[in-house]
Design a protein around this ligand. Structure first.
Ligand code: IMP
Length: 431
């Protein structure tokens, strides 16, 4: 059986957690392939709302095994706490979670260096989540990182940590004038993690490849969004990993020939947290309405999200990179009550109209969106379960998006709860 990938098609927070939770009903394994505790994947059912930061969003389905792949940067304290909270909710985790032995660890010095660097950048700060993600990936590629497997050998861990902390203390003190970290305290804290993490540690690439050979179906769960990809996003206002489809193979160690489904998740409008260009941003009452109605506050940091109209130029770009075979449109209900809806179908740049997305900051911050205006609808659609029950204007909005992109819309989410999703969309084929 193949690998399906769930990919954020915008700047993150598209509602991937909910879609992964839904698809997990028919899946054997859900595997996270990049990012770390900067992600916040929200799942809501009955009276419970749960935000997952590291554990894959399939964990609430008993038959599903969850994998944290080698491409993830793992904060051991955060994952241990998350596991405990999931267990407290009554779910078995011990036999159902596997953590790659090759995943790199987030250390306290990664967060300290990140905080010092962001402060020093001042007005040019990236606006990171403060979870140490960038510095951890830096160490990975500088080949000075510490991996999950190192936790299991106390002597190796002590030696690697001592060397790393000495170096980081020099950076913190000499470059940023920040406080030094206490080597012994960190070592004491991290050697404690080995027993807690040990039951989960696995060669996950081997595990996944064997599972695929046995006919199991793997759902690869991306974090963040394609426009935050370190290569394809608006660098440097990006995260430090590859949320795009390519990240799945390197972040899990599965062959590209196994991937046959690339599911793009797109909000019915756009949001962005942190700094960086956002062509369709609305700094007006409509933007505020989207934030209020959509509860657009970061699931990890609580920061208010910047809100704007749907940007189809950007979406076509991420569809191209990821080869979306289908789209899930989320939060369509948030648009209810707006008289008219604008959709960006081109950019004006240097006096010319273009449908080409340019990720370079210098260009992207100068483009002016060109909008098509579509009629809005008033009805509350949060109880709708079938496409045909949606107001015509809402159906037309979906058809417009699908036609522009040339990609089918296969799911439409109309509220935060598990059951608030429309899946009978086969009829909406692009023209
Ligand atoms: P970092 O990933 O913490 O280094 O942050 C880099 C950029 O990515 C910042 O603009 C963050 O706000 C953004 N970012 C990171 N993770 C998420 C996410 O899960 N959702 C939305 N934005 C994110």
């Amino acid at each position: 059986m193949p690998v399906s990938i769930v990919i954020g098609s915008q700047w993150g927070d598209e509602g991937k957690g909910k879609v992964v939770d839904l698809l997990s009903q028919d899946i054997d394994i859900v595997a996270r392939y990049q990012g770390g505790a900067n992600a916040g994947h929200t799942i809501a059912w009955d009276d419970t709302t749960f935000v997952l930061h590291l554990v894959p969003s399939g964990i609430f389905h008993e038959g599903v095994t969850c994998v944290i792949g080698n491409g993830v940067v793992l904060d051991p304290a955060a994952v241990i706490e998350e596991i405990q909270t999931i267990k407290d909710l009554g779910y078995d985790v011990e036999d159902r979670l596997r953590i790659s032995h090759n995943a790199h660890l987030i250390m306290p010095y990664h967060k300290a260096v990140e905080a010092a660097r962001e402060e020093a950048r001042d007005a040019d700060a990236i606006g990171t989540t403060g979870r140490g993600i960038g510095p951890a990936y830096m160490d990975k590629f500088a080949r000075t990182g510490i991996r999950v497997v190192d936790l299991l050998d106390r002597d190796v861990l002590r030696e690697k940590l001592t060397r790393a902390i000495e170096e980081k203390n020099a950076i913190l003190q000499r470059i940023y004038g920040a406080d030094e970290l206490d080597v012994d305290k960190i070592i004491e804290e991290y050697v404690e993690f080995d027993q807690l993490i040990d039951p989960y540690v696995t060669n996950t690439s081997e595990y996944l490849c064997n599972a695929l050979d046995e006919g199991k179906h793997v759902l690869a769960e991306g974090a963040q969004g394609s426009l935050l990809d370190v290569d394809f996003g608006s660098y440097p206002y990006v995260t430090s990993s590859h949320p795009t489809a390519g990240g799945c193979c390197t972040g899990l160690g599965v062959p590209p020939t196994e991937v046959n489904r690339s599911i793009g998740i797109a909000k019915a409008y756009c949001t962005r947290v942190g700094n960086g260009p956002f062509p369709t941003e609305l700094n007006d009452a409509v933007g505020e309405q989207l934030r209020d109605v959509g509860n657009e506050y970061g699931a990890t940091t609580g920061r208010p999200r910047r809100c704007g109209w749907l940007d189809l130029v950007a979406l076509r770009y991420t569809s191209m990179i990821n080869g979306f075979t289908e789209l899930a449109i989320t939060k369509l209900d948030v648009l209810s009550g707006l008289d008219e809806l604008k959709v960006c179908t081109a950019y004006q740049y240097n006096g010319k109209t273009t449908q080409r997305f340019r990720s370079e900051v210098q260009t992207l911050e100068k483009v002016e969106p060109v909008y098509e205006t579509l009629p809005g609808w008033d009805d509350d659609i949060t109880g709708v379960r079938h496409l045909a029950e949606l107001p015509t204007e809402a159906q037309d909005y979906l058809a417009f998006v699908s036609d522009y992109l040339g990609v089918d819309v296969s799911m439409v989410s109309i509220g935060p709860k598990r059951q608030q999703i429309i899946t009978d969309l086969e009829a909406r084929m692009p023209a």
